[in-house]
Every structure is written in structure tokens, then in C-alpha cells.
Design a protein around this ligand. Structure first.
Ligand code: AMP
Length: 408
């Protein structure tokens, strides 16, 4: 399929070409025809799939050349950053169409507010907004949306997470009932379905398959501070029957220092990172593959490349920022219908990342209590204050009877 198949107007087509888009992404292939037909839509798709283009292109096609001086489309987004990113895509794609747009978000000074107000008064064609600030303009009476034809909710799940549910409903009360509504969300929990039911009419549903980890992985998390991480790792590696372990860390520097720490306590581990020669990396992987090396430490680069059977433990020394990376990391164990364990260390700074992962998988990961002997380890002074805000770990009294066992 090509962009020509959608029969977009010439000016829009020029914009697509100037942005360097040659082939529609899967979500674009699925969503664009439905939106062009005027249908409401609920789409499950994450950032990086081309979801923004999937709704912008048909909406731009519709409003190009129609009434010049009215606001036809409203895009609601959870954050200022996302609103700005969407606005940039509008500017690129709509460059030759004459369609105007403005991003409206909170923060900034009086001048920013004034600029937004002027944009609104000029009847800009597309408004991209965070809900709170948009309401300020609506209730002040400056903004009128009586001619709106398209409402788009982008990252709807995040908007609900951030407590925008009432704001969204309030904004909708200002809009014409006859309109096309498109809802995009990375996850589809029940609350999103209820929202969709309330604001969409007979929507078409689109799903871009979300990755799920293999069912055979026993996923666990420990809540702890940084100084407890290596001692816990030591306990896990020493007291258990795991024979083949990968430890992931987010940065090369952490991989290197962890390697030194583990060697110092006589754990047979090797570090795998981009500073090594290709030959050295190959040797390490071969040793690991042949079970001559029990522990390998690496960054996410390792999670995508390595295909080794019989890995029984994956440890995330920190929580990856991209939830998909978590799935890739833990997917190194329990390959080909076997079982395995994935343990993730979560300090208070990584809680948000953990939440994103749990949302992606649509389930919570089991929390394991820290063993008693680690309770007395104090956080480093500079992080002590913020660490104290965390809920204390309940020590796991049964740790000694509850050592991790090899899953077979
Ligand atoms: P999104 O998922 O909407 O955040 O888009 C991710 C990135 O992909 C953005 O930088 C877009 O400019 C780009 N993109 C969207 N659609 C296409 C396409 N059909 N071909 C190439 N790049 C695209």
C-alpha cells in the first residue's frame, strides 16, 4: 500500500512527501480508510507506530479547503511535550495546505497565554491542547468550538492517569454533538472502554498487537534503594540454583562497575558492552552460550541480540525507560516454552517506569520482600532524603525458607 491509495488532496500529498513518508505504517493503513469514511475510532497504538500521522492525515485532508476561518479540529494530549510534538507534525504535513494550528498548554508566562489567546481569536483551524489550559480559555469565553468537526484524544490512558477525566468531559460539553471522535491509547484498561462508550458513536476498533511476555516467566520485583542492589544480587546469585543469568543495566558505566563489584565477591561474571572489541564480545557470548560462563552483564543492546537457550534468570538492575525494552529483556529467559525467572530492582526513581510496564502488560508484577539482612543497609547520604519518602519494605521473614528455586 502507498499514500497514493488514499487519494489525499495534492497539497497534503506534497506535505507527506516533504516529510519523507513513503509507505504507510500498519496503524496508518488500518486507521486512515476508516477515518476518511467518517467513522468514530478507538485505536490501541503506542508512540513510535505512526499513530499521529494516522489521525492527522485524514483530518487534514478533510479540512483542507473547507471553511478557512473556523476551528475544525481539537486534539487533546496529556503533556506539553506531546502537544508540541503533534503541532510540529501538523506544521510539516500541512505545510502546503494552508491549514493553521496552535499548541495550547499550561505553564509559561503571561506572554504565552496572550499568544494563545490571539491564536484562538484568529480562529486557527486545529488546536492541540492539554486539557487544563484549554478549559481556562473555554470558560473565559475567548474560545468557541461550535464549528468543530473532529475531536481526537491522544494517549487517552495517560490523560486519565493524570486525572484529566472530568476536564475531558467538561470540554466535550462545549462541543457539537455531531462530530467525528477518535480515541488513541497505548493501553485499553476498562476505564478507557467506559470513556469510549460515553463519547464515541459506534466506533471501529483497531489494535496494533501489544507485546506480551511469555507466560512461563515468573516476574518479581524488589523495592529497594541503590545501596541494597548489589548485596541483594549477591544473595540471589549465591543462594540459588540459577545456572545461567543475564543482568541488565541501563548504562554501560553501570555494567562496568557492576562487573568489578561482582568479580570482587568472586562471582564469575563478564561484562558485555560496546567498548569491547567485536572479537571479545563474540568470545563472551560463546562462553555464555556453552554454559562455561554463568553470568553476563549488559545493556539493552544485549537484550535484542542474544538468542541463548536455557537462561533461567534475568535480573533488571534498574527499570528500563521503554516498557518494550522490559519485554525484550525478560524475554531472554523462558524461551521456546520453557520457564524462567525475571527479577527487577525498583528504586523510588523508577516507580513511574514500573507503572508504564505494568500498564503495557495490563497486570501488576509480584512484589517480593527484601531479606532481613539487607534492612540495615542505609541509603547513600545524598539520596537518603528522597529515599525516605518511599514506603518501607516489609522484610521477608521467610527469606531463608524461600530462596529462589530453579524453575525446570
Ligand atoms: P508517532 O508514533 O506518531 O509518534 O510517530 C513516530 C515517528 O514516525 C514520527 O517521527 C513520525 O514523523 C514518523 N512517521 C510517522 N508515519 C511515518 C511513515 N509513514 N513513514 C515514515 N515515518 C513516519
Amino acid at each position: 500500500m502507498t499514500f497514493q491509495d488514499f487519494n489525499f488532496n495534492e497539497q497534503l500529498f506534497e506535505g507527506i512527501q516533504s516529510m519523507g513518508f513513503t509507505t504507510p505504517t500498519p496503524i496508518q493503513e488500518m486507521a486512515i480508510p476508516a477515518i476518511l469514511q467518517g467513522q468514530d475510532l478507538i485505536a490501541c497504538a503506542q508512540t513510535g507506530t505512526g499513530k499521529t500521522g494516522a489521525y492527522l492525515l485524514p483530518v487534514l485532508n478533510h479540512i483542507t479547503g473547507t471553511a478557512k476561518h473556523q476551528t475544525s479540529a481539537l486534539i487533546l494530549a496529556p503533556t506539553r511535550e506531546l502537544a508540541q510534538q503533534i503541532d510540529q507534525q501538523v506544521e510539516g504535513l500541512a505545510y502546503f495546505t494552508g491549514v493553521s494550528s496552535i499548541a495550547i498548554f499550561g505553564g509559561g508566562d503571561g506572554m504565552a497565554y496572550e499568544q494563545q489567546r490571539r491564536g484562538i481569536q484568529n480562529n486557527v483551524n486545529i488546536i492541540i491542547a492539554t486539557p487544563g489550559r484549554l478549559i481556562a480559555h473555554l470558560t473565559s469565553g475567548v474560545l468557541k468550538l461550535n464549528h468543530l468537526t473532529h475531536l481526537i484524544l491522544d494517549e487517552a490512558d495517560r490523560m486519565l492517569d493524570m486525572g484529566f477525566s472530568d476536564d475531558i468531559m467538561k470540554i466535550i460539553s462545549y462541543l457539537p454533538k455531531e462530530r467525528q471522535t477518535l480515541l488513541f491509547s497505548a493501553t485499553m484498561p476498562g476505564r478507557i472502554r467506559s470513556l469510549a462508550k460515553a463519547i464515541l458513536k459506534d466506533p471501529q476498533q483497531i489494535n496494533i498487537a501489544i507485546s506480551q511476555p511469555a507466560v512461563g516467566i515468573d516476574q518479581q520485583i524488589y523495592r529497594l534503594h541503590d545501596q541494597q542492589k548489589t548485596p541483594l544480587l549477591q544473595l540471589i546469585l549465591r543462594d540459588s540454583a540459577y545456572t545461567s543469568t543475564i543482568i541488565f543495566a541501563s548504562r554501560k558505566e553501570i555494567v562496568k562497575s557492576l562487573y568489578k563489584e561482582l568479580r570482587a565477591i568472586k562471582i564469575d561474571a563478564m561484562a558485555f558492552h560496546s567498548d569491547l572489541e567485536q572479537k571479545e564480545r563474540e568470545e563472551i557470548l560463546l562462553k555464555f552460550k556453552n554454559k562455561l560462563l554463568p553470568v553476563i552483564i549488559g545493556t539493552d543492546a544485549l537484550s535484542r541480540g542474544i538468542d541463548v537457550e536455557g537462561i533461567d534468570l534475568v535480573v533488571n538492575y534498574d527499570v528500563p525507560g521503554d516498557p518494550e525494552d522490559y519485554i525484550h529483556r525478560i524475554g531472554r529467559t523462558a524461551r521456546a516454552a520453557t520457564t524462567g525467572t525475571a527479577i527487577t530492582f525498583v528504586n523510588h526513581r523508577d516507580e513511574r517506569k514500573l507503572k508504564n510496564i505494568e500498564q503495557l502488560m495490563d497486570r501488576a508484577i509480584r512484589v517480593v520482600g527484601l531479606p532481613d539482612e539487607l534492612a540495615s543497609i542505609q541509603p547513600a547520604p545524598q539520596s537518603a532524603q528522597s529515599d525516605d519518602k518511599r514506603k518501607p519494605n516489609r522484610p521477608n521473614k521467610r527469606w531463608n525458607n524461600n530462596k529462589p528455586k530453579r524453575n525446570s
